[in-house]
Ligand binder design. Sequence first.
Ligand code: MTE
Ligand code: MO
Length: 454
Amino acid sequence: MDPKKSGRRQFLRNGAALAAIAVGAVAAKTVGAQGGQVPQNWNVQPLDTPETREKALNGTPGLAPGQQFDAIYGVRSRYVTSGRIGGVGAYYTGPDGKAIRPFLGALTPIQDLHGAITPAPLHFSLTHGYLPPDIDPREHRLLIHGMVDRPKVFTMEDIYRLPSVTRAHFLECNGNGYMNAMRKSPDATAQSTHGLTSCSIWTGVRASTIMELVGAQKSGTWIVAEGAEGAHHSKSIPMWKVMDDALIVYAQNGEPVRPEQGFPLRLLCPGFEAINSIKFLRRIKVVDSPYFQQRETSGYQTVITEGDYNDGKARWFQFEMGPKSVISRPSGGMRLSSTGYFEITGLAWSGAGAVRRVEISTDNGKTWKDAELDGPVVPKAHTRFTFPWTWDGQETVLLSRTTDDRGQVQPTLAEIGKIWGVSEAYLQTHQIGHPNAIQPWRVKADGRVYNAIS
Ligand SMILES: Nc1nc2c(c(=O)[nH]1)N[C@H]1C(S)=C(S)[C@@H](COP(=O)(O)O)O[C@H]1N2
Ligand SMILES: [Mo]
């Protein structure tokens, strides 16, 4: 079945309900002075008068008193306050005895966003315990060495001269879902359960272009990529990925990559756990085996301590992120203002390729219907889905389930447990593989929405 067509039919069927919202849900949201009737004098004040011009010249129209209007870079409306929150990581004591809040896990407010691209200032950010370093791009260098015929040091200017590509890709920390502190809380929001993923339009050079320039040798089957910050985060990555679709990017959504995302240069391994996308990229060594660096052996493997796989072994290098989706509206912490029509919307993605299908259940999994996918549907990028829904006021659970173009279907928590031979309770407290389980949102009779995974 073509999900687009079925979505359209459903939309038409819901036409009547949609017409009803004009007097139903929307009016209920805006009860009070503005509600219902259009006031007599609505929008009749002249907009361009000597007084308004005077105000515009001497004041800060549209901004809060004292807020600086920035004509050079722009500011958002003071009524828009959505922001990242720190959801993971704890305080620790620095060398001077003071508590330090590591810049770890600034979560994207996905419940507030529209479309598929994350505004750069709201992109999640994870730099293990460090603030982004202050790097002067004129001083920055990228060294490529190891098993190559022509080792080379690139300046940023050298890199800007090379053939460029622009691609939309998501990044997702493999801890997205386990590390987030509120995962099990009924009060969790989409930001706290799924905020460690974001999607940008990246510009840079193909990593394969650089490998061809330096003459990477056949026996070089892996690379080790390293960042320029104090801790020099580094990661082993198979050469097939580097040659397939990895990018070395310097721009994000049309402007230089932001410091939180790795200014001035980052490696991007589309669809892989984001730990491989090395920020502040300063060195790539071509090697013939993985190097088992600190992060890839300490925090990002799977060790199972119950069931059939309790064999004392750590499972490393689970690169590709699985198919995943989440309803972002309505989601945890929101409240439906009345019964009637609501659009259900959210994001789907897969590390394997493009999203082929998203299904929605509005009855806790008894029945499923196709959502409409907003195009263009891009491989290894967030895809926005929408679904028309009329809420009858009964308590229910909303679910979304995606299938990617390799045919992989997003699992339930119970199915993930079966694969790894562990209980659901175990999954809630241990980091195993990639937490891509179907996210249930419970809508209570009073319209309030809660996390139902606990
Ligand atoms: N240099 C460097 N690169 C890094 C990291 C880091 O700590 N240092 N963290 C990695 C991890 S674990 C993740 S999830 C992503 C996060 O990318 P973002 O901060 O742009 O969202 O960057 C990866 N690249
Ligand atoms: Mo991560």
